[in-house]
Design a protein around this ligand. Structure first.
Ligand code: TEU
Ligand code: CA
Length: 559
């Protein structure tokens, strides 16, 4: 299989616009700020920029509640700024992905403002409305952001569905007018020259017809909806129609489907190499490991992930999609804690070496790697200690529901879980230098900086040849030049080894051997590395063959 699609050569850099670079001293990142930083991104060597939503939004979920899909959020700039940024991205030989959020809109969108007025207006069926059952919500569905997934509107005498916040009503994809409205807004951005979309929870858009009750954990107030709504009955039809009506009419468009709860088998239907649906899947198995034993608490846990489980999570997707579909490869994004704190070791003694180990482990796999802003300099979790430090509704709502309402966990434990796993860890402003506000802004940023920015910032990284930045630069360059890395198959070695993650890639008679020590202990392993033809990259200055020092990672090639 040769690299028949450009996305098989590319590396994506994810920008969380509000936290990337402020250019007009209002404490909020913006489009002009991104444009100012393009030379930095060019130096890193990334090919595609994915911007989290930049559309007009009341910001109840930091832009994932869109009130106008064809207008720029004023805090980020205007359409002129967008067009200038897009041109500058293209002039730098890069591509720009928009974030398509069409499972739901904002409740401030004009469609919803109309829909909620009555049962017979032009937008009445744009959303999912149901009559009360025995005076209550139509079923037991819980929202991803705590509470019920239903909210009652007296003007209609009905409830509307919102898998996320009440300010994020789910669109009714059964309605062909909804689908046509979505295809129209997609064309609006593609006609402007955007190079594709990351599609937010796109595998949740097809709900089961009769909206049955969801599995409900003992003691939980609501059911967990994901197993019912992920990869729903008409998802394939909708994605194939979207492809026919929009995507196939443009050339070299990159599409990535964010698919919580999806399986490798399903993903090969939605992401395939024949271009009939989406190009790649963004799945969650490796970041949803070690859920809390108390099912009511779900992701809220502070237990370290067991390495064999992490290895199996990656291997399952690598093997299942090889030759059939395409993976996104990521450790971090705006919904996940900082990987060096979660899977590596953010102790100053090990932060850099373990960040390089994690980067090596991920970037040598088959798929498109995603680098999340700050990951390339080893930014860490904040280690929050009090509830008032959080700004993300998911974290704040979860504390209220689990500690105060359901009394499922003590405040102390929940604060530890939040500190370990909250999305806020990833949303602190980018750390550019050691000046006031880290060079992100000349005024107090919208959200508190991580206090370690004087030690961890791009200025320091660019001045240090041994920084994570230059190591990521090498990883990205290696991928660009190697079909073995891009297209090789995947063979996990020693699945049960709890300290070392080792795997092989094979392509055209060549073999790549990737070995990563996930611990702070020195161990010894023999995978035949002494017979390799070359050491492609390693995070220690020398190579001691079978010896693996703390967080040591190295990549050998056998020609
Ligand atoms: O997130 C999808 C999703 O499944 C989230 O519930 C995410 O997994 C969770 O917050 C982490 O456990 C997407 C966006 O990436 C996220 O920022 C939005 O809040 C969400 O959809 C709703 O649009
Ligand atoms: Ca600004």
């Amino acid at each position: 299989m040769t690299a028949t699609h450009s996305f098989q050569d590319e590396v994506v850099y994810q920008i969380y616009p509000r936290s990337f670079q402020d250019s007009n001293s209002d404490g909020i990142g913006d489009l002009k700020g991104i444009q100012q930083r393009l030379p930095y991104l060019k130096k890193l060597g990334v090919d595609v920029l994915w911007l989290n939503p930049i559309y007009r939004s009341p910001d109840k979920d930091n832009g994932y509640d869109i009130s106008d899909y064809e207008a720029i959020q004023p805090a980020y700039g205007d359409m002129t700024d967008f067009e200038a940024l897009l041109n500058a991205v293209h002039d730098n030989g890069m591509k720009l992905l928009m974030d398509l959020v069409v499972n739901h809109t904002s409740d401030q969108h004009r469609w919803f403002q109309e829909s909620k007025k009555s049962k017979d207006n032009a937008f009445a069926d744009y959303y999912i409305w149901r009559d009360p059952v025995d005076g209550h919500e139509p079923n037991n569905w819980g929202s991803y952001f705590s509470g019920s997934a239903w909210t009652y509107v007296p003007a209609r005498g009905q409830y509307y569905l919102h898998l996320f916040a009440p300010g994020q009503p789910d669109l009714n994809w059964e309605n062909p007018e909804v689908r046509q409205s979505v295809y129209s807004l997609m064309k609006f951005w593609l006609d402007k020259g955007a190079n594709g979309f990351r599609m937010d929870v796109i595998n949740l858009i097809s709900k089961p017809a009769d909206l049955p009750d969801a599995p409900q954990a003992a003691g939980a107030e609501y059911g967990n909806v994901e197993s019912l709504v992920a990869d729903g009955p008409k998802l394939n039809d909708y994605l194939q129609e979207m492809n026919r009506e929009v995507l196939s009419q443009y050339t070299d468009i990159l599409t990535v489907g964010e698919m919580p709860g999806s399986t490798p088998e399903d993903a090969t239907h939605y992401t395939n190499l024949d271009g009939s649906e989406l190009n790649m899947v963004f799945q969650f198995q490796h970041v949803n490991l070690s859920p809390n034993p108390d099912a009511r608490l779900g992701k809220w846990n502070d237990q370290p992930v067991k390495l064999p489980e992490l290895k199996q999570a990656f291997a399952r997707w690598q093997v299942a999609l090889d030759g059939k579909g395409w993976n996104s490869l990521y450790w971090n994004n705006h919904d996940q804690p900082r990987t060096v704190s979660r899977f590596g070791n953010d102790n100053p003694q090990y932060r850099v070496i373990s960040a390089k180990m994690l980067g090596t482990t991920l970037h040598m796999m088959q798929g498109t790697p995603y680098v999340y802003e700050g990951e390339e300099i080893g930014m860490t979790n904040v280690h929050y200690s009090t509830l008032d430090q959080y700004e993300d509704l998911e974290s704040i709502n979860a504390y209220q529901a689990l500690v105060n309402d359901e009394k499922a966990v003590t405040p102390e434990k929940m604060l530890k879980y939040l500190s370990h796993i909250s999305r806020d860890n990833a949303r602190t402003p980018m750390q550019w230098d050691d000046s006031t506000n880290a060079g992100f802004s000349t005024v107090k940023p919208w959200f508190a900086l991580n206090s370690n920015y004087p030690q961890i910032n791009t200025k320091q990284a660019l001045a240090d040849q041994d920084s994570v930045f230059y190591y990521y630069q090498k990883l990205i360059a290696l991928r660009h030049d190697s079909d073995l890395i891009k297209l090789g198959d995947f063979e996990l070695l020693d699945p049960d080894d709890g300290d070392v993650f080792a795997y092989k890639r094979h392509y055209n008679g060549q073999t790549l051997l990737v070995i990563s020590n996930f611990t702070a202990n020195e161990v010894s392993r023999d995978y035949g590395q002494e017979h390799a033809d070359s050491l492609l990259i390693g995070n220690y200055p020398d190579d001691q063959a079978r010896v693996l020092r703390p967080y040591e990672s190295k990549v050998y090639q056998f020609n």
